[in-house]
Design a protein around this ligand. Structure first.
Ligand SMILES: Cc1cc2nc3c(=O)[nH]c(=O)nc-3n(C[C@H](O)[C@H](O)[C@H](O)COP(=O)(O)O)c2cc1C
Length: 444
């Protein structure tokens, strides 16, 4: 059996809405209703019916303007903006569901550890133990500038900051002993003060005295997730993650990736079975193989269109951490002439985008190379169910993180087309035997 998660790659932002720019015919009221809870409630309820472990909200706090040094494309096309804070949505979604977990993203440059530990502990209570934290270091200078920095820290330094951040959050989550709460109204004693401890942390990036001023939630330590595939990102996952967003283009890469994370975990005194690696994929599925192939061909064709190329150049500029404006180059520029080493954003995404780009022009790369992959998952529900199972057999686990698009039609394809086939064949869960998100991740 393997696990399934759903990735909202544009967070609590405007979901696929733009028919004119290739988002398809089923955009419904996304353009006008994205900021309301309805679509996400429908999504969460559908994913729960299908047996997903969780849905995960990306988050980024800025309006991107690297591409052509302007917010024009971001705002005209609704790329990454507008976007709401996902935190208040979490208990709304768990109120409308019974089992599924919700993982909102938290940035280590936006939240001091105390604020994050208190917020996630509160969410753990409000959701009955169904929240997790996707820990990111933020990618671009623009986010850093919204939170008091002049520019973003260098890549590896901000990971060092993130390690310390998680250590402090975990220390705060442990600042109340298991038996600290007495809650005896007859004796009039709420807590035993000898069992609640300061943490007195003074480190390179943070200080915090503690203890946390709320009691541990049902999970005590909400599961940690992260996405960085660079050596520093993998170290973070190996030290702390319970589940990881894993981005690989081939089955061979997936095997190597999983083995590498497991090796690193052992070096940190952890067991490989303490993590669930979910491989990011954007499959193309439909009722029949022909329909799926036609959808896939249309998507590939769209990617070479002006709108597709503009999107990719815009995205590459963001992924560089705001350091390379890919809109400043003639499209026929050979990629070798662009100094990619200036990037300070998503190192592994940049590497994937420009893999094998020698001798090719920016136009060719922008029209064909993409940050995400379908892992060859194209076809009818039956075809894709079989391929998913084959991949998992070969890789050894632990599941897939489906990356949209988040339209109701696509949601239904997954939850009421693909998932029943996977379930009938015994590849995914048939219900939830546990209560918390941690239970779901480690149920099998
Ligand atoms: C699938 C995926 C989801 C991500 N989600 C977020 C996010 O929500 N917010 C954010 O600031 N960064 C996000 N990132 C960036 C990562 O957290 C990380 O900073 C980035 O991938 C750089 O890591 P690397 O240099 O180790 O590859 C995401 C990256 C990937 C690949």
């Amino acid at each position: 059996m393997f696990h399934l998660g759903w990735f909202l790659g544009n967070g609590f932002g405007i979901q696929e809405w733009n028919i004119a720019a290739g988002d398809g015919a089923y955009t419904s009221t996304n353009a006008t209703d994205w900021m309301k809870p309805d679509l996400y409630i429908d999504l969460a309820r559908s994913l729960e019916r299908a047996g997903f472990d969780f849905l995960l909200f990306e988050d980024t706090s800025m309006i991107e303007d690297t591409y052509k040094e302007s917010m024009e494309v971001s705002l005209r096309r609704g790329f990454m903006a507008p976007k709401n804070d996902p935190m208040p949505l979490v208990p709304l979604l768990t109120e409308h569901t019974e089992h599924i977990g919700v993982i909102p993203t938290v940035s280590t440059i936006q939240y001091p550890p105390y604020l994050a530990a208190r917020l996630y502990t509160t969410l753990d209570h409000l959701t009955g133990g169904r929240v997790g934290m996707n820990v990111v270091t933020s990618v671009s200078d623009r986010v850093a500038q919204n939170f008091g920095f002049e520019r973003h820290l260098d890549h590896d330094e901000r990971y060092r900051m993130a390690y310390e951040w998680i250590d402090v959050v975990h220390a705060l989550e442990q600042s109340w002993d298991e038996d600290a709460i007495i809650a005896d109204p007859v004796a009039g004693v709420y807590a035993d003060h000898t069992k609640v401890h300061t943490i007195d942390h003074r480190g390179e990036f943070f200080s915090s005295r503690g203890p946390l001023n709320t009691i541990p939630g049902p999970q005590r330590r909400p599961p940690v997730c992260s996405a960085g595939g660079s050596p520093a990102g993998r170290e973070l996952a190996a030290r702390y993650d319970d589940t990881m967003i894993s981005m690989c283009a081939t089955v061979e890469d997936m095997k190597e990736y999983r083995a590498d994370i497991h090796r690193r975990m052992i070096a940190h005194g952890r067991q490989p079975d303490e993590i669930r690696l979910l491989f990011l994929a954007t499959p193309t599925i439909a009722a029949t193989d022909e329909e799926a192939e036609a959808k896939h061909a249309a998507k590939a064709q769209w990617r070479t269109s002006d709108a597709g190329i503009e999107y990719n150049l815009w995205n590459m500029s963001y992924v560089s951490g705001g350091r390379i404006d890919f809109g400043a180059y003639d499209l026929d520029t050979p990629v070798e002439q662009i100094d990619l080493s200036r990037g300070n954003g998503e190192h592994s995404s940049m590497a994937n985008l420009f893999k094998g780009s020698e001798g090719r022009t920016l136009r060719e790369i922008a029209g064909t190379s993409h940050q995400t992959t379908d892992l060859g998952l194209i076809g009818s529900f039956e075809t894709v169910a079989d391929k998913m199972a084959e991949i998992m057999d070969e890789v050894g686990g632990d599941g897939f993180l489906v990356y949209g698009p988040t339209t109701r039609q696509n949601i239904i394809d997954y939850t009421d087309g693909l998932a029943p086939v996977l379930r009938r064949r015994g590849h995914i869960r048939d219900g939830y035997s546990g209560v918390t998100l941690r239970d779901h991740l480690f149920e099998f």
